[in-house]
Ligand binder design. Structure first.
Ligand code: ADP
Ligand code: MG
Length: 263
């Protein structure tokens, strides 16, 4: 067989095996191997490196799309000095992602604007970066999705979906009151992940208030029980960061105005 048709066959093998990146890189790699007098092993290793990198990049992009993190925040973006209620050491420990191993849950509790969503997303980012399947949803979206699923006969599939990710972020629990159907959906998601997969949940509800927001206080209590059993809880009180920066801005504007008046 001529060298040319061998080459053509090799290329079509690579395409057949969907190794498009190495198919693409083949001519350049062959040239390089000839020029550098590479052994067969060294050549093959280089060619497969290309494919491994492309597969890895695809996997990452897939995880990234899947996670649907609504912002690009990282833990390093969080200003710990501005929020002393948040234990920096604890957050750093979480960032090692060891908590995923025993399905520990993470709860951020506090009023609006204190950085709950930011921390949850930053943690999600760390998980995605480490290659873990992560999924972000708000409590309202989760409830709506489960509601539709029930109507369309896809309840079991949807429950499996929420059981899947290594970390499930449920943002904004308790901002809106939850009807019993929505609470039941959330309860089932929490229950089936219990001791199997971590949930990172943010809420403005103190633990004592859960009963009021969910129609059924027994469901609320059972849900909390499972969430808290293996958990790290951050009670973030203190000022809203938004208000704080708003105040700082207003202060600067005022100073600017005063300076303007003086000059
Ligand atoms: P919450 O979810 O508690 O209502 P967010 O996480 O949405 O609050 O934070 C509100 C805004 O303030 C966001 O833009 C966030 O980036 C910013 N923010 C809050 N706390 C901090 C902080 N400690 N360091 C930096 N930015 C912060
Ligand atoms: Mg929030």
């Amino acid at each position: 067989m001529s060298e040319d048709s061998l080459y053509q066959q090799l290329r079509s093998h690579l395409s057949y095996l969907r190794m498009y990146a190495s198919a693409e890189a083949l001519p350049a790699e062959l040239d390089y191997a000839t020029k550098k007098n590479l052994t067969h092993t060294a050549f093959l290793k280089r060619l497969l490196d290309v494919e491994v990198q492309a597969t890895e990049a695809r996997r990452r992009a897939g995880l990234e799309r899947f996670a649907r993190l609504p912002a690009t925040w990282r833990i390093s973006d969080f200003d710990f000095d501005a929020q002393p209620a948040v234990d920096k050491k604890m957050v750093e420990e979480l960032a090692t992602l060891r908590f995923l191993e025993d399905a520990t849950n993470v709860l951020f509790i506090g009023p609006p604007g204190v950085g709950k969503t930011m921390l949850a997303i930053a943690l999600g980012r760390a998980c995605v970066d480490a290659g873990y399947r992560t999924y972000y949803t708000t409590a309202v979206d989760l409830a709506q999705r489960c509601h539709r699923a029930a109507l369309e006969g896809r309840w079991a599939t949807t429950m499996r979906f929420f059981a899947g990710p290594r970390l499930l972020i449920i943002d904004e629990v308790g901002y809106l009151p939850m009807a019993s159907e929505a609470a039941a959906a959330l309860f089932q998601v929490v229950t089936q992940r219990y001791l199997k997969g971590s949930i990172c949940l943010t809420t403005n509800l103190g633990v004592g208030q859960w009963g009021k927001v969910f129609d059924d206080p027994t469901v609320a209590a059972a849900m909390l029980d499972r969430l808290l059993h293996h958990s790290v809880v951050f009670n973030i009180d203190g000022d809203s960061y938004r208000m704080r920066s708003h105040r700082a801005r207003s202060e600067n504007v005022r100073k600017g105005v005063r300076a303007g008046i003086k000059s």
